[in-house]
Design a binder for this molecule. Structure first.
Ligand code: FAD
Length: 390
C-alpha cells in the first residue's frame, strides 16, 4: 500500500488473513484521509475532534469484537488490534477514545450485563450515538484501585452513589459511564451511570501536555440515585474491572506499534532527504543506528503482538502475557518517538510533523492502564510467584 511507506520488515502481513488486511487497510485509509489532516490542530487547541465519531464507528473502532446482533463489528482479536494500530498511527488520543468505548464500556456491558442492558446500550455505543467512559481511578487510588472509596448503598428501590473518579478519558462528553464502586460489604460492582442523573457531574481536566486531542475529566457522584437495573449483575470484585483492562491493554500493545511506525516512517524519510555536510544525514552511522534499532524493535513488537492475538483468539492469552506486551510495546514506542524526534533536529519539535505529538501522547500511554512499573511487577509475580506489590 502506498499509504504508508515503512517496510513490513519480516513480512508479518503473510501471517494475516485477507480479511485482516482489508480491515487494516480500510482503517489506515480512513486515518490518512480523515484523521491525520486535522489532528494536529485539534491537539494544539486541546480539543477532541467530535467530527471523527461517525467515521470511527464506520471503521469498526467501537466494539470491534462485539457481535453484530448488538451493533458491534463482530471481528476477531487480531482485527481489533490492527484497527487500534492504525488509529494510533494517527494519534494515541483517538485510539484511547476507541479503546475506552470498545473494551472498557461496551466490553463490560456485553460481558457482565443483562440482555436488557445489552440491547439498550450496545447498539448506540457501537454507532457513536452515545459515548461512554470508564471510571476506576480515584484521586487517592490509581495503581491500587482496590482501595477505592466510591461507594453505593441499597435504598430499596434504587442505589445511592457517592464518590469521585479522576483522570477519566471521555468523561466530559460521555452519555454513559461504567463506574466501579463498593457496596456496603466492600464488594466492587459496576454501575451504569447516565448523563442527566441528578448529582452526577463531569468537569474537564485542563492543562494536559499529553493526549491533548482526547478529552479527560472527573466523574463526581453526589448522592446520585442509580436505578437498580443499572447494576452489572454478572461479575463483581476487582477482577471485573481488571478483565476489561486486559482487553484494553491488549489493544494498546497493538496501538503503540502504530505510533512507533509513524515516527519511524517520518524519521526514515527525513533522514534520506535532509542534507548536512554535503550528504543525506541518513548516511551518517549515528543516524543509521537510530533507524536500524527502530525497525528492529518494531519488528519484535509486531511478532510479540501477533502471537498474543492468536492466543487471545483461542482464549488462551493470560493477563501476565498481556502486561508484557503492553509494557514492552509502549516503552518501545516512546523510545522510538524520542529518537525519531532527534533525527529531525529542530523540525522534530514542530507540529509540521507528528513525532512530538506522539512522544507527548505516549507519556500518558506508559502510565495509564497500569504503569510501566506495575506491569513489570505483574511479570515478576507471574514468574516468581512472589508478590512485590505490597
Ligand atoms: P500512582 O498509582 O500514584 O503511581 C505513581 C508512581 O508510583 C508510578 O510511577 C507507579 O508506577 C509507582 N507505583 C505505584 N505503586 C507501586 C508499587 N506497588 N511498586 C512500585 N511502584 C509503584 N483511569 C480510569 O479509570 N479511566 C480512564 O479512562 C483513564 N484515563 C486516563 C487518561 C489519561 C490521560 C491519564 C494520564 C490517566 C488515565 N487514567 C484513567 C488513570 C490511570 O489509569 C492512572 O493514572 C494510573 O493507573 C496510575 O495511577 P496514578 O496516576 O494514581 O499513579
Amino acid at each position: 500500500s502506498d499509504l504508508f511507506q515503512a517496510p513490513d520488515y519480516y513480512q508479518v502481513d503473510d501471517l494475516l488473513t485477507d480479511e485482516h488486511k482489508l480491515i487494516r487497510d480500510t482503517a489506515r485509509e480512513w486515518v490518512k484521509k480523515n484523521l491525520s489532516p486535522i489532528i494536529e490542530e485539534y491537539a494544539q487547541r486541546a480539543e477532541f475532534p467530535k467530527e471523527l465519531i461517525n467515521g470511527l464507528a464506520e471503521v469498526g473502532a467501537f466494539g470491534s469484537y462485539i457481535p453484530e446482533e448488538y451493533g458491534g463489528a463482530g471481528l476477531d482479536q487480531i482485527s481489533y488490534g490492527l484497527i487500534m494500530q492504525e488509529l494510533e498511527r494517527g494519534d494515541s488520543g483517538i485510539r484511547s477514545t476507541a479503546s475506552v468505548q470498545s473494551s472498557l464500556v461496551m466490553g463490560p456491558i456485553y460481558n457482565y450485563g443483562t440482555e436488557a442492558q445489552r440491547q439498550k446500550y450496545l447498539p448506540k455505543l457501537a454507532s457513536g450515538e452515545w459515548m461512554g467512559s470508564f471510571g476506576l481511578t480515584e484521586p487517592n487510588h490509581g495503581s491500587n484501585p482496590g482501595g477505592m472509596e466510591t461507594k453505593f448503598k441499597d435504598m430499596g428501590d434504587h442505589y445511592l452513589l457517592n464518590g469521585a473518579k479522576m483522570w477519566i478519558s471521555n468523561a466530559p462528553i460521555c452519555d454513559v459511564a461504567v463506574v466501579w464502586a463498593k457496596n456496603e460489604e466492600g464488594r466492587i460492582h459496576g454501575l451504569i451511570v447516565e448523563r442527566g442523573m441528578e448529582g452526577f457531574s463531569t468537569p474537564e481536566t485542563h492543562n494536559k501536555w499529553s493526549l491533548r486531542a482526547s478529552i479527560t475529566g472527573e466523574l463526581i457522584f453526589d448522592n446520585v440515585k442509580v436505578p437498580k437495573e443499572n447494576l452489572l449483575p454478572n461479575k463483581s470484585g476487582l477482577g471485573a474491572p481488571l478483565l476489561c483492562l486486559d482487553s484494553a491493554r491488549y489493544g494498546i500493545a497493538w496501538g503503540a506499534i502504530g505510533a512507533a511506525m509513524d515516527c519511524y516512517d517520518t524519521a526514515l524519510r527525513y533522514a534520506k532527504e535532509r542534507t548536512q555536510f554535503g550528504k543525506p544525514i541518513g548516511q551518517f552511522q549515528l543516524q543509521q543506528k537510530k533507524l536500524a534499532e527502530m525497525i528492529t524493535e518494531i519488528t519484535k513488537a509486531q511478532l510479540l503482538t501477533w502471537r498474543l492475538g492468536v492466543l487471545k483468539n483461542e482464549g488462551r492469552a493470560t493477563s501476565a502475557q498481556i502486561s508484557m506486551a503492553k509494557r514492552n510495546n509502549v516503552d518501545m514506542a516512546l523510545k522510538i518517538a524520542r529518537e525519531a524526534r532527534q533525527v529531525l533536529g529542530a523540525m522534530g519539535i514542530s507540529g509540521e510533523y507528528s513525532i512530538m505529538r506522539h512522544a507527548m501522547n505516549l507519556e500518558s500511554v506508559i502510565t495509564y492502564e497500569g504503569t510501566h512499573d506495575v506491569h513489570l511487577l505483574i511479570t515478576g509475580l507471574d514468574i516468581t510467584g512472589l508478590n512485590a506489590f505490597k
